[in-house]
Structures are given as C-alpha cells and as structure tokens.
Design a protein around this ligand. Sequence first.
Ligand code: EPU
Length: 432
Amino acid sequence: MDKIVIEGARPLKGTVRINGAKNSAVALLPAAILADSTVTIDGLPDISDVETLNSILEEIGAVVTKDSNQTVHIDPSSIVSIPLPNGKVKKLRASYYLMGAMLGKFKRAAIGLPGGCYLGPRPIDQHIKGFEALGAKVTNEKGAIYLQAEELRGARVYLDVVSVGATINIMLAAVLAKGKTTIENAAKEPEIIDVATLLTNMGANIKGAGTDIIRIEGVEKLYGCIHTIIPDRIEAGTYAIAAAAQGEDVIIDNVIPEHLESLIAKLREMGVIVEQGFEQLRIQSPSKLKSVDVKTLVYPGFPTDLQQPFTTLLTKAEGTSIVTDTIYQARLKHIDELRRMNANIKIEGGSVLVTGPTTLNGTLVKASDLRAGASLVIAGLTAQGMTEIIGIDHIERGYEKMTDKLKRLGANIRKVPMTEHEIDKLNLELNL
Ligand code: EPU
C-alpha cells in the first residue's frame, strides 16, 4: 500500500496530456459485449476501474487482448450469461452497465449492486424503471439485481431524475430490443454521446444522443468495430484547477474545450487566464484570485465531479465563495481533510462556504473517494510543507499516473510505501 507525498508550493509549468475518459471507458467496455465479433477500443485510460472491468469481461467468457494498456480488443463471441451477484462487480459503480448489456444480449442478468465512491445515497431506481418498461422482470435479492425477460420490446421511458447511468443503461438494453424506444429527460453528458457513437458504429440505430430525447430503433444484430474514446473532461478539469491553484503556465493537451465551458467560465470569473486552442487549454493564474459561487448541475452545468477539486482552489481566493452540489449533497468527504490543512470552510444549509485566501499547511490526510483524493492532491501542491495522502487507491481508480504527470509539471510529488501505523489507521477507519 502506497501513499502520495507532496512537498508543496512549487509552481507548475509545462504540458500535461489527458487520457481517454474514465466515465466513457467504463460504459464502452460493457457495451462491447453486445457485438457478435471483436470490438477494439482505443485510448483507454490506464486506471484500476478499467482493469477491473476487463477482468469481469474475461470472467464471463470474453477474450480480451491488449496492444497496450490503451488499446484493447474484446472478442465477445464466447460470452455466457453467468450470474455475477458478488465479487469484482462490487468494486466499481459502473459494473451496473453489465445489467443493461447482459439483459440486451441474453435477456437475463444477475449483477451485484454496485460499489464505487460513497457520495451519499446513489439509487438506481431509474435504471430499473427503464428495464421494466422494456419488459424485464427485476428483483433485488441479497444485494444483487436479477433481470429476466421473455423478450425486450421498445418503450417510452421518461426519467424522473436526469441520470447518466440510467440513460446509458437503457440505451444498452434497448439497442437489440424489438421496436422503438424513446428516452425522455435523458442526460446529455459527452460520455453518453461517446457510448451512442460506439453502438452506432456497431450497427445500432440511435438518434438524439446529447439532447434530452434519445430515440432508438432496435436492430437484430450488432457487429465488431473500432472506436476511439473521447478525452476525459474531468481529468482535464482537475489539471486546469491545479494549474489555476499553483500554476505559472500550464498547457492541457488532448482536451475538448467545449466540454469544459462551465469550468472555464468560473475560472475566468476568478481572474484566471484561460486560452482555448484546438485541442488544448492554456492556464495562467494571476497572483490574486477572486471568490465565486458555484452550483453543480447536470451537463452542460458545472460538473459535480469537479466540485471537490474546485473547493480546494477556492481556499486561495479572496472573500467567501459558496459551493452547492445539487447532484450529490453529501459529496463532502474532502472538507474535514481540507480543514486539517488550515482551510477556512463551513457547511451551512447544504452549501459549503469557503473563505480565503488561506495558506494551506501540509499534514497527513486521507482520500476517501476519487475526487476528494484529487482535491487533496491539489491542496498538497499549494500547501506549505509536506502533505501525505493515504487511501490513494481511490485516486488510482480514476486518474492515470497522476504523480508522474504532476512531476513532469514540476511538482515535488512521489509515491512511497505507507508505514505500518498508517496502514493500521486506514484499515481501522475502513472497518468502522
Ligand atoms: N439518481 C437517482 N436514481 C437513479 C439514478 C440516479 O435518483 O436511478 C440520482 C443520483 O442519486 C444523483 C443524480 O441522480 O443525485 C445523478 O446521478 P447519475 O445517475 O447521473 O450518476 P451516475 O451515473 O451514477 C455518473 C458518474 C459519476 C458522476 C455522475 C454525475 C460514472 C461511472 N459515474 O454517475 O462520476 O458524478 O454521473 O455526473 O459515469 C466520478 O467520476 O467521480 C463519478 C462519481
């Protein structure tokens, strides 16, 4: 078990290259099993969530071969519908995409309820509503969801809550269903368009992905194809925030700037200079930052996945900023840790009030979810002295080689083995 150690307050300078999107990758891999021949996915991020999903696909009979960790060929021709009520599926939230994909392919599936980051309650009622509308019988037994259908028939599904996961899962189940499906009040995130693009390349008939009405006409068969994944807007946003917090002049390469408009607007409001290139962003931070209020919303609003990193940046801004996460109100596990580093943060009436500027002080902190981990890394980069971050497996679920990338930008950051005392502390807290 490793921890991240950062000697803070060193300016970041240079270029960082962004990988393929984690939240696309974890949907594209399950989607690939719907084909009848090999699907090649290029540009995958080298992160543990992708590794876990690949090994789940192998468990159900897919032949997964790699040219590198970025390019994976999935031959789904020998896949069988074995129940997966436990085991690796519990390790990541996105294993719920196997529900839609296996239901679509085999008309039955049994998948353990997903794990992933604890961000407060994360129900999947809208996924189930969609599966039932398509004709599946859904039961929940001992922490696993069992789905079964004689046949799947297209239907009209109105989502009561705009959900990325439910939108993708219903697409996965509907592409091979008989007839027409309409998903109303669908999520519009770029990852949904990416999944629809893969499915379309496989032969599916999908219209409207990226708008709030998606129309799907079921087809008999889906075929193998080659697909290149979109860049990770959340990884890019995280580095943009790090650059705003501690950067001199940082270029973020392999990014679709339009995917980050809400973040770019907020950075500019704070006084950060953001230049947009073709597939690049250039971030230059002024000596003084202005406070801003931020409310997370569904895409194209400010992403909840950047709320925690952005909160760290606000500790450097002059005045009081108000942060409200309307998607996950309990996504607050970074707050106590930031306070331990001297941040002036209060939680009031469901919002987070950050007053700055404060000089953060390095200390031992714990990452308890992926984006909380990213927010602590940024805090460590700006802090005086040494910051040690434990619980970094959360960070490695979603950020490829974060320490190497930051080192190349000039940070004094490294991974070192944890002491026995730190391992005990982590295990003790995990068991509570
Ligand atoms: N919701 C329901 N019922 C449902 C589904 C969702 O009430 O059936 C609620 C959720 O509780 C939440 C809101 O709807 O309040 C939005 O949830 P959504 O379903 O969109 O989230 P998700 O699909 O489970 C994905 C990302 C998250 C990201 C959210 C919101 C993946 C694998 N995960 O989760 O990413 O925060 O969308 O954009 O794509 C991360 O990358 O750190 C991460 C947590």
